[in-house]
Design a protein around this ligand. Structure first.
Ligand code: C2E
Ligand code: MG
Ligand code: MG
Length: 768
């Protein structure tokens, strides 16, 4: 191989070896040995001035000064080295290593040939290239490290973003739960769990004000049960501080920090979201906790609004939609019907006998009956139909998509049946019923209010039929309603216009036919309709509240009239009917006293007729009023006794002086059972020391039988119809002063009502 070819190959090897080094230091460190091997020299040095960068065959620490100086600037010299003796040294510059950079090789023998000198020069140059390359690489590496460092930063950022995304997802989940109106507990639980997950599964609790006055704090949601168990009190104390603090509060307990962010409702802090975190995480956790606390606030505010909405549209007792919601749904249904041509029906449901149940068993039971009836009504419906409570014992049912009137009536009948089933499960004997009015949108007005009005009118008619009935609306019912409204308007002015009159039905002593007194029965001399009986207008007056004025007038007028009769019959009494609403008025006793005083009627001449319902439990103020009247020597009679479900035993304790046996029992005395009832009432009255008056005596046989049973007093058409005052006075003159000797008057026309009385009292028609 020619020398040049050899040199070339040696150079390639040298380059390959040096460039495999990864840094300048490595290149420099390995260069001396490589050069010595390549050129076959005993000594090789890499120098920067007199500094040895690397060496081979050179004693470490030995002074290179003499060699460097001997090589001088020409780059070649024969030098006597201490350890080796005389050597030939050759130096080639390596500028990359600095101004004094050179590669030095030395041989013991006779020196370097020109090709070898070229090889050394080549090596020196390539060494420079390698050093430069290593330096460049190092720069690159640093740059890369820097780039990599930035990328790491980016990665961390990415991770943070991911975390943030997870946080956003969790918050979004909470928001979704809020907007989907998930139950509040569920949302708050989600808030607690979301906070915990976002903070790296730390314990989290949500503490809110509780108790009826909102004055206590309680844990409503927590992620770690142990959290509330072991540190509950501490947490609550921290929450209490958070409630008063403006922002997030924190406290260090041992190796951890407890954080609290306040939760608000309508601008007022009412609790806090709490978390236990590591001290290093406090800063990051604070913001996060505040974000979740804000969501809890939104959820609470929303639940609050939802509760308010519920209150506005649902009946609290039965949980049924109320009138407002019903009308809204009805309007929508009607709008849809316009588009589809299907029919919509509205049922107006009014409970029968609910008032009696409520009076007898009290409001708590009454409420349970209403709730039970609501459930029964709902039970009769399809999912698309709406049952609503309109108020009191009134319900309505909206039937969408009705095929025919018959279909609606069928549902209504099913409903009557369901409501009328016994209520024994509620522990009550007395059942209720339902009267239902049906109105169909197809044949009525298109507007919701109008349809409700029509169903109401039909219900009214069902009630008039005695309850338990289903009546379909008919346009003629409008006329009835107009009629009733007109009657109400007239009635409001009747007292002032002096249109009321009193008729008096004598109360007779069955033993001798003497007239003992009379019951005052009101009539209304209507300017257009003629003389109206109390059955026509007293219920209207009760409903409108005009009964107060009517009752006051009756009481005062009856007292004055009694004073007039007593001129003729000094011991005659007057019985006055009072309605529950009158007695419910706290001024009732004063009213009675004033009427007696103004008329100068002695109190013992007055009998107040009350209904049995007033004696029922729950009427404490009424009873107290009756006691006061009893103390004032006014008598109290229970009217229509036996029809009102009052408990017989309670009578003993009540301030009652007289029982009026209801007309229906007198009428039924022909049966064994009817007779037994009358006997029982008479026995009861005797046992309790009460007077007893039999009402509605129409026949001589009845009078005779009652007398035989020991009943001393009676009233009825057989003796006299209710009479105008003049006629009563006549009768009193005749029978009060001079009692008839016969124990029972002999009827002139048995089994027929007295014609005279019929003429005299056109309004006193028998009650159905
Ligand atoms: P009531 O207190 O039980 O009065 C007796 C009713 O029975 C009267 O009807 C009377 O005319 C009727 N009647 C009397 N004898 C007979 C009879 O032999 N056969 C039949 N079939 N009926 C007889 P009226 O006057 O129509 O009064 C009806 C009800 O109106 C009264 O029943 C009473 O509850 C009420 N009422 C009458 N006046 C007043 C009043 O001034 N205030 C109040 N709150 N209610 C009154
Ligand atoms: Mg009466
Ligand atoms: Mg009566």
């Amino acid at each position: 191989m020619p020398a040049s070819a050899t040199s070339q190959a040696q150079l390639v090897e040298f380059v390959a070896a040096t460039s495999s080094s990864r840094s300048e230091a490595e290149v420099v460190g390995a260069a001396a040995e490589l050069a010595a091997t390549t050129i076959d020299a005993e000594v090789a040095l890499l120098l920067d001035g007199e500094e040895v960068l690397s060496s081979t065959g050179w004693a470490p620490g030995a002074d290179v000064g003499p060699l460097v100086r001997a090589l001088g600037t020409c780059g070649s010299a024969t030098v006597d080295l201490q350890d080796l003796g005389p050597v030939t040294a050759l130096a080639m510059p390596v500028p990359s290593l600095g101004p004094g950079g050179q590669l030095v090789v030395a041989r013991l023998d006779d020196g370097f040939e020109p090709a070898e000198r070229a090889l050394v020069m080549g090596m020196a140059r390539l060494l420079g290239v390698s050093v430069d390359a290593a330096r460049a690489l190092e720069g690159e590496r640093d740059a890369r490290a820097e780039v990599e460092a930035t990328a790491g930063e980016r990665l961390r950022l990415l991770a943070a973003l991911r975390e943030r995304e997870m946080l956003l997802t969790t918050l979004l989940e909470v928001q979704r739960a809020i907007s989907h109106r998930r139950p509040l507990e569920e949302v708050l639980d989600l808030v607690a769990r979301g906070t915990s997950a976002s903070l790296g599964d730390v314990p989290v609790a949500l503490v809110l004000q509780s108790g009826p006055a909102g004055d206590r704090l309680g844990v409503v949601a927590s992620t770690h049960p142990a959290l509330t168990a072991t540190t509950g009190d501490d947490l609550v104390a921290l929450a209490a501080r958070a409630v008063t603090a403006p922002g997030t509060s924190s406290e260090r307990v041992g190796g951890e920090v407890r954080l609290a962010a306040p939760v608000h409702l309508q601008g007022r802090a009412l609790g806090a979201l709490l978390a236990r975190v590591a001290p290093a995480d406090v800063e990051a956790a604070e913001g996060l906790l505040a974000a979740f606390a804000a969501h809890a606030s939104i959820a609470l505010g929303d639940a609050d609004t939802a509760a308010i909405t519920r209150q506005a549209f649902y009946d609290q007792l039965t949980r049924l939609p109320n009138r407002a919601l019903l009308l809204d749904r009805l309007e929508r249904a009607l709008a849809r019907r316009d588009a589809t041509g299907r029919s919509t029906a509205l049922l107006f449901v009014d409970l029968d006998r609910f008032k009696q149940v409520n009076d007898r068993y009290g409001h708590a039971v009454g409420d349970r009956v209403l709730a039970e009836c609501a459930a029964r009504v709902e039970g009769c419906l399809r999912a698309d139909d709406t049952a609503a409570r309109l108020g009191g014992d009134e319900f309505a049912v909206l039937l969408e998509d009705v095929t025919s009137e018959g279909h609606a009536v069928e549902v209504a009948e099913r409903l009557v049946h369901a409501v009328s089933a016994p209520l024994r499960s509620l522990g009550i004997e007395l059942g209720v019923g339902a009267s239902v009015g049906v109105a169909l949108a197809a044949d009525g007005a298109g507007d919701a209010h109008a349809l409700l009005g029509e169903a109401d009118l039909a219900m009214y008619r069902a009630k008039a039929e005695g309850g338990g009935a289903v009546v379909v609306f008919h346009p003629s019912m409008h006329a009835e309603r107009t009629d009733r409204l007109a009657l109400e308007a007239d009635l409001a002015r009747a007292v002032d216009r002096e249109e009321l009159v009193l008729h008096y039905q004598p109360v007779v002593d069955l033993r001798d036919g003497r007239v003992l007194g009379a019951e005052a029965l009101v009539r209304w001399q209507h300017p257009v309709r003629g003389l109206l009986g109390p059955d026509v207008f007293v219920p209207v007056a009760e409903a409108t509240g005009d009964i107060a004025a009517v009752g006051r007038w009756v009481l005062r007028e009856a007292c004055r009239a009694a004073v007039r009769w007593r001129v003729t019959a000094p011991s005659a009494t007057v019985a006055v009917n009072v309605s529950p609403r009158q007695v419910a008025d706290p001024g009732f006793v004063a009213l009675v006293r004033d009427a007696l005083r103004d008329a100068r009627l002695p109190p013992e001449a007055l009998v107040l007729e009350i209904t049995e319902s007033m004696l029922l439990p729950g009427g404490a103020p009424v009873l107290q009023r009756l006691e006061e009247l009893a103390h004032a020597d006014v008598s109290v009679a229970v009217d229509d006794f036996g029809t009102g479900y009052s408990s017989l035993s309670s009578l003993r304790r009540l301030p009652v002086d007289e029982l009026k046996v209801d007309r229906s029992f007198v009428r039924d005395m022909g049966d064994r059972e009817g007779l037994a009832v009358v006997r029982a009432v008479l026995d009861l009255a005797r046992a309790l020391g009460l007077r007893c008056v039999a009402e509605g005596v129409e026949h001589a046989e009845e009078a005779a039988l009652l007398a035989r049973l020991g009943c001393e007093r009676a009233q009825g058409y057989y003796f006299s119809r209710p009479l105008p005052e003049g006629a009563l006075l006549e009768m009193l003159a005749e029978r009060a002063a001079a009692p008839r000797p016969a124990p029972v008057p002999v009827p002139r026309q048995p089994r027929r009502r007295p014609a005279r009385a019929e003429r005299r009292d056109p309004a006193g028609a028998p009650r159905g």
